[in-house]
Design a protein around this ligand. Structure first.
Ligand code: ACO
Length: 332
């Protein structure tokens, strides 16, 4: 075999998460909407999720995850050249949640901006960060996925409110020595399908008004079945293309870390890609779908469980609103 080509050298120095303390179980949801624990487990695999208190916002968890990741990496937060926050539930329309995160951390100085690519956001952010490192624009970057999904849910709509949760995950990455990093990545979007999963009001298309609030336009609107179909197809294609570009086979991948939306989407994706369940990481049962935060949280938990060692080959894949999709093959 020819020597492996690391396309974008980078090293993940440390990871961290921050999650609300409050656990909402499926039984708790049974008291809110017409649903059952069995329905939720069977259709989604979700058992519980974390829900943020009123006085917390997305930057609360972004800051917590970044602090935890810096501690895990053994580096000072003020050594970061940039903070990128992937989110669909920003603190405010402007400024960015990354800037609110800096404020929460009392950490002015580094470049700070958000990436809006739905559940694919963290992989988009990782790709951007890798290129900033390669281009020499930055040497050390905090890449965060953070969401407070509970703020944009209709708690009377059983088809969406059971699916999501709140929290954040982060990784500190820096320029590598060529032995670790991205072998290949694949990303894309299909904006023509934007309305199958979106929050209609609160932006310039439909500014907040009494009517928009009364019509429940500030919450998640989703065509669940259509999303499901596209999610599997896009994650499978994207992962296959990333693996082909990296010159690796499914058997070479130590762990597939997919976006955690639904256990059925995850198993269908793993099956079609050719990576068996024992090498596919699943934590959706603990947290529900935390959109852009699921992959860094899953990576952190998998590392904590000893499922990844230095030098392992990992595959990431995600799909989300936009529609957006991405996959990366990374030598850890
Ligand atoms: N409890 C009980 N019954 C429910 C619930 C609920 N929480 N929600 C919906 N139902 C009912 C529906 O009303 C419907 O009833 P009907 O047949 O009497 O009309 C029945 O269950 C089947 O509804 P479907 O929507 O067809 O159910 P499906 O098997 O497609 O599962 C689900 C729904 C879980 C939402 C699925 O479509 C899905 O996972 N889609 C992907 C959505 C997703 O993950 N989005 C996240 C953002 S994108 C991403 O992260 C990838």
């Amino acid at each position: 075999m020819p020597p492996e080509k690391i396309q974008k050298s980078l090293k993940i120095l440390g990871t961290g998460t921050s999650l609300p303390e409050r656990v909402m179980t499926n039984a708790d949801l049974e008291a809110l909407v017409d649903t059952t624990d069995t329905w939720i487990r069977d259709r989604t695999g979700i058992e519980e999720r974390r829900i943020a208190p009123d006085d917390a916002s997305t930057s609360t968890y972004a800051a917590g995850a970044l602090r935890a990741a810096a501690e895990n990496a053994g580096v000072a937060l003020d050594s970061l050249d940039a903070i990128i926050v992937a989110t669909s539930t920003p603190d405010t329309v402007f400024p960015s949640t990354a800037c609110w995160t800096q404020r929460a951390l009392k950490l002015p100085g580094a470049a700070a901006f958000d990436v809006s690519a739905g559940c694919t956001g963290w992989l988009y952010a990782l790709e951007i960060a890798a290129n900033l490192l390669i281009g020499g624009t930055a040497k050390r970057i905090g890449v965060v996925g953070a969401e407070v999904m509970s703020r944009v849910l209709d708690w009377e709509d059983r088809s969406t409110c059971v699916l999501f949760g709140d929290g954040a995950g982060a990784a500190i990455i820096e320029s590598g020595d060529g032995s670790q990093g991205l072998l290949a990545s694949n990303w894309g979007a299909d904006g023509t399908l934007a309305p199958i999963l979106y929050q209609p009001a609160g932006g310039t298309q439909m500014p907040a008004s009494e009517e928009s609030v009364a019509d429940k336009k500030h919450v998640v609107h989703m065509e669940g079945r259509t999303v499901f179909r596209h999610a599997v197809a896009c994650m499978v294609r994207s992962t296959q293309e990333a693996m082909a570009a990296a010159g690796v086979e499914p058997d070479d991948i130590k762990l597939l870390i997919p976006h955690q939306a639904n256990a059925r989407i995850i198993s269908a994706t793993g099956e079609r890609v050719g990576i068996p369940a024992e090498r596919t990481y699943v934590c959706v049962q603990r947290y529900g779908n935390i959109s852009a935060a699921t992959i860094p949280i899953a990576l952190h938990d998998a590392l904590g469980e000893g499922r990844i060692e230095r030098g392992d080959l990992l595959a990431f894949t995600a799909f989300g609103t936009g529609l957006t999709w991405a996959a990366s093959v990374l030598r850890y």
